[in-house]
Design a binder for this molecule. Structure first.
Ligand code: CTP
Length: 437
């Protein structure tokens, strides 16, 4: 009886395993098999750094190879203390790279050819040291050289003890990398090598490879397209030292510019004053006032496919700007400032074939207000969110409304993830418009 139950239990377990495996394979490789996978015929550099999770990178390499990628594994010295290069060369059928000073040949010129040929660089596991080195741009080993020389997107999968992961230094380095468009996968919460439970477990090999597939699919989404993004708040001067402004940080617009870049678009980012670093590779235009932003948007949208107005544009500006600092009188209790209307940039830009995307940050009647703006400004998409919760925060809970009547309420997510979603929706609408007769 007992053995019968356990045999049946075994059959169920095997069925479940097969189901799980086919589910993962379908997601990674497509239901039509390997040729459907965006990983097929791609060149991936897999950087393995020195943490105990390095043994799981063998599964990452194996899944990539099964999906049709050529995988060049680059191991740091400390990674080789955890796992042998032989393991990876047996899986990838390609020699493992461990030496920055290996002699160059006609076919292989060290980090230069690895960086140039790569469609994607994955660093898994990425230890705290590796993350710091990538963020600082240290190039004294092969992986550092490749990371600095490649134009391919980079995915890092952090893996370390939870106290290390939660250290401000590690957090700051990850923020720096994310700002540069590096995709951070995981880490997961769970059992760590020490036996403790916490954040720092490397994301599963399936999750890492799925992120790679998503990124490669995305890299070509907007290839050949021109995207104009506005970000930050405008400042409307009263005198040489004072202005009327708002609390916009610019994070959403910068994340959108980065997402459009990693989707393969040519990007112009027009930004009000912020403390953020512009994404590398984008045309960057700094403006201060709404009138300046209007002029730059008109210029940049010539020949553009998408305009995303994430900027918080001041609707009014002081009628006059004093040339000298305004002085108060001893007995002055009030000051009147007359404001005049600024142009509505999004509503006024009217170019055929330009897909316009707006943002509606509201404190009440969110969806009704967003829908009204979508129609009034002839937008394809509007992203609606709660002004008080969103402005200045690194995450957002948004609803995406489209001119086709779709309303998608999204769960809370980082602004980078929201940016990727907005780009996905825009790409779908753009492609659909292209197919119309
Ligand atoms: N916008 C714009 N020019 C303006 C004001 C807003 O291009 N002068 C854009 C914003 O960048 C945003 C969208 O229009 O994408 C909606 O902005 P929002 O400030 O929410 O709405 P307004 O149209 O200004 O309406 P209200 O102030 O009444 O909410």
């Amino acid at each position: 009886m007992g053995s019968r139950i356990s045999r049946r239990g075994c059959r169920v377990a095997v069925r479940r395993l097969r189901y799980a495996e086919s589910y993962v394979r379908a997601r990674l490789f497509g239901t039509d098999g390997i040729t459907m996978s965006p990983l097929n015929h791609t060149a991936i550099v897999l950087g393995v750094t020195g943490g105990i999770a390095a043994f799981k990178s063998a599964s990452v390499a194996s899944l990539l190879v099964q999906a049709g990628s050529r995988v060049d594994v680059v191991m740091t010295e400390s990674a080789q203390r955890f796992i042998q290069p032989l393991t990876f060369s047996a899986i990838t059928h390609t020699p493992v790279h461990t030496n920055a000073f290996a002699p160059w040949t006609d076919e292989h010129s060290g980090h230069v050819s690895l960086a140039r040929n790569a469609d994607l660089l994955i660093v898994a596991p990425a230890t705290a040291a590796a993350i710091a080195r990538l963020a600082l741009g240290l190039a004294d080993d092969l992986l550092g050289l490749i990371a600095l020389s490649t134009e391919a997107p980079i995915i890092v999968a952090p893996a370390m003890e939870d106290r290390m992961f939660n250290h401000p230094s590690v957090r700051d380095h990850l923020v720096t990398l994310a700002e540069r468009g590096v995709i951070v996968v995981g880490p997961d919460h769970g059992r760590l090598a020490s036996g403790a439970i916490g954040d720092g477990r490397m994301a599963s090999p399936e999750a890492i490879v799925e992120a790679a597939a998503t990124q490669l699919r995305r890299s070509s989404q907007l290839h050949g397209r021109k995207v104009v993004v506005t970000a930050g708040g405008t400042q409307e001067p009263l005198d040489p030292v004072r202005y009327i402004g708002n609390r916009s940080s610019g994070m959403m617009g910068y994340a959108l510019a980065a997402a459009a870049m990693s989707a393969g678009a040519t990007v112009t980012l027009i930004s009000g004053p912020t403390t953020l670093r512009p994404p590398c590779g984008a045309e960057f235009v700094e403006v201060t006032t709404a009138v300046e932003m209007h002029r730059e948007v008109e210029r940049a949208t010539f020949g553009a496919d998408i305009l995303i107005m994430a900027a918080a544009v001041a609707d009014f500006r002081p009628e006059t700007r004093s040339e000298r600092k305004l002085k108060k009188q001893v007995d002055q209790e009030f000051m009147d400032v007359r404001l005049v209307r600024n142009p509505d940039i999004l509503a006024s830009i009217d170019r055929p074939d330009l897909l316009k995307i707006g943002f509606a940050a509201e404190t009440e009647d969110l969806l009704a207000n967003a829908k009204r703006k979508l129609e009034a400004k002839h937008l394809a998409i509007i992203v609606a969110n709660d002004a008080e919760l969103t402005i200045g925060a690194s995450s957002s809970t948004a609803t995406i409304l489209t001119s086709e009547g779709d309303v998608t309420a999204l769960p809370p997510m980082t602004k980078s993830s929201l940016a990727a979603k907005v780009i996905d929706v825009a790409t779908t609408m753009l492609n659909r418009a292209d197919r119309r007769p």
